[in-house]
Design a protein around this ligand. Structure first.
Ligand code: BG6
Length: 511
């Protein structure tokens, strides 16, 4: 596994340990880190949930998920890793459960030699965040003045950090409130707001692509770039998550655009940071987000589109529409597709439209960034080919087929001047002969090393909600209007194509 630098000794306390995220993501990722030799010997997990379970039952329950979701699996390494897995039944919102929680933490810290370091991971239903954070604070689980950490290992004091999952609020007010609640207990340096898209290898590679090469940066601006598209399309529908998705935290705008897509976009357009230290990088991302104006209420229809999938066909199967999914209200207005045009009002990006879109039950699973360049200022091939000349494109495939592709025009061999689109292709797997590490493994390791680069600062969260809030408000206020439909297995509603057509652009769809 191409990760380096081990985690600090610590006790990882997972609140919500009987949930899906723990089974499918956190434990397989920690196990991957163990297999890669990236966890120290002084490491243990303490899972907390309400249901009663012994350590052994907890381990047995997790084993099958590690077999299924970890990068590789062997009984021997699992047995060694599983010795560090423990379980404690408690309700983290109840004050009288904390004496037991703290006592068990102290015992495990002693047995495993983890010292005072604790990674507190909130992987529970979002309405439990606030009471749990308050109880953590009230019971002195964060040693005052010691929650800070330094990237320089030798200078680190014992630490207690909190990792908090999305959804981080469901609008600007609730997110700001949650930031305040967290801020009363933890210093900003100890708060790790996770966005698993930032842990994806190609998203991190963006910084290297842009700032470790001299040839891209001079053209990375409004003089050469015509528009940018960020797409996260999924083929799956809500698949058993209808209850969550149809709740006030759900819908494509909140679930994907306000979180993952704005983060990815910020990495594409941010200015070069002064250094690679986390604060410098995050400062540049905050600057990008704060340079994006909110749409005015009367502009929302022009700059944002929502959609909901109806019944359709995927491959040779008929699939149901959103309203027929389990847990979804039959008259729901929740959008399963959202697209939005934003602009970054800076010297570098003024006038460059940036299109963001995400949808469920779409034609293809793909997350990609398309940087569309302007056409040549003059066409020398007027007679031969001008009508079909396509502007250059850089396509950054975040998943699957991680890689970066440059599309340009080339001459077809033979007589005559026939011109065709050709590609230069950097394929991550072929080049490095390895699969990218799982995003959660990268992010967990970072949290245990005290590196906040890929985690969101409170200002990033609030800026992102600020940008989408008028759209959410407008859609809420106009719920009498039908949500545009798209057939499951298609590329989204027709209205979304119109969003780009206005600027003579079109979505980069795959056949
Ligand atoms: C999650 C969303 O954050 O990201 C899900 O809540 C979505 O609805 C998922 O399916 C997509 O993640 P990935 O890594 O599969 O693109």
């Amino acid at each position: 596994m191409p990760l380096n630098d081990r985690a600090d000794p610590c006790l990882a306390v997972i609140f919500g340990a009987s949930g899906d995220l723990t089974k499918r993501k956190l434990i397989p990722a920690l196990y991957d880190l163990h297999c890669g030799g990236l966890l120290p010997d002084q490491f243990a997990v303490m899972g907390i949930s309400r249901s009663a379970m012994s350590d052994d039952e907890f381990r047995t329950r997790l084993r099958g998920f590690a077999e299924q979701f970890a990068a590789e699996f062997s009984a021997e390494t699992w047995d060694a890793f599983a010795k560090g897995l423990h379980y404690h039944a408690a309700d983290s919102t109840k004050p009288d459960h904390y004496a037991g929680i703290k006592q068990r933490m102290a015992e495990l810290a002693k047995t495993h030699g983890t010292g005072e370091n604790a990674l507190l991971y909130l992987s529970m239903a979002p309405h439990l965040y606030e009471p749990t954070i308050e109880q953590i604070g009230a019971h002195g689980m964060v040693v005052e003045g010691k929650s800070w950490c330094s990237i320089d290992r030798d200078k680190r004091a014992p630490w207690q950090r909190i990792v908090i999952e999305k959804p981080f609020g469901n609008d600007l007010d609730s997110a700001t409130h949650l930031n305040r609640v967290l801020g009363r207990v933890f210093e900003e340096e100890a708060i790790y707001r996770i966005d698993h898209y930032m842990g994806k290898e190609i998203v991190q590679n963006l910084l290297v692509f842009r700032f470790a090469n001299a040839i891209f940066e001079p053209i990375w601006n409004r003089n050469y770039i015509d528009h940018i598209q960020v797409t996260a399309a999924e083929t799956v529908g809500v698949e058993g998550r209808g209850g969550y998705y149809d709740s006030p935290s759900g819908g494509a705008m909140r679930d994907m655009v306000a979180s993952h897509l704005l983060q990815v976009m910020a990495a594409v357009v941010m200015e070069p940071p002064n250094t690679m230290i986390p604060d410098d990088i995050r400062r540049e991302k905050i600057k990008v987000l704060s340079a994006i104006p909110q749409p005015l209420p009367m502009e929302v229809e022009q700059f944002a589109v929502r959609g909901q999938y109806g019944a359709g066909r995927k491959g040779d199967k008929d699939v149901p529409g959103y309203l027929e999914e389990e847990g979804v209200s039959p008259d729901s207005h929740t959008e399963t597709y959202a697209a939005m045009q934003v602009s970054v009002q800076t010297w570098r990006w003024e006038g460059v439209p940036i299109y963001l879109r995400s949808g469920k039950s779409m034609a293809k699973k793909t997350t990609e960034i398309v940087v569309g360049f302007k056409p040549t200022p003059h066409c020398l091939f007027h007679e031969q080919a001008c009508k079909i000349l396509n502007p250059n494109q850089i396509v950054i495939n975040v998943q699957p087929n991680e890689g970066i592709r440059l599309r340009f025009e080339g001459k077809v061999p033979g007589s005559g001047m026939n011109i065709k689109d050709v590609e230069m292709d950097f394929d991550y797997v072929k080049q490095f002969n390895t699969k990218p590490p799982d995003a959660y493994a990268t992010l967990l390791l970072d949290a245990m090393r005290g590196d906040q680069t890929l985690y969101k600062h409170r200002d990033e969260i609030e800026q992102a909600w600020r940008i989408v809030q008028p759209v959410l408000d407008h859609w809420q206020a106009h719920n009498e209007k039908p949500v545009p439909k798209y057939a499951a297995g298609s590329w989204g509603p027709a209205e979304s194509d119109a969003l780009l057509k206005r600027n003579r652009d079109h979505w980069h769809n795959h056949s």
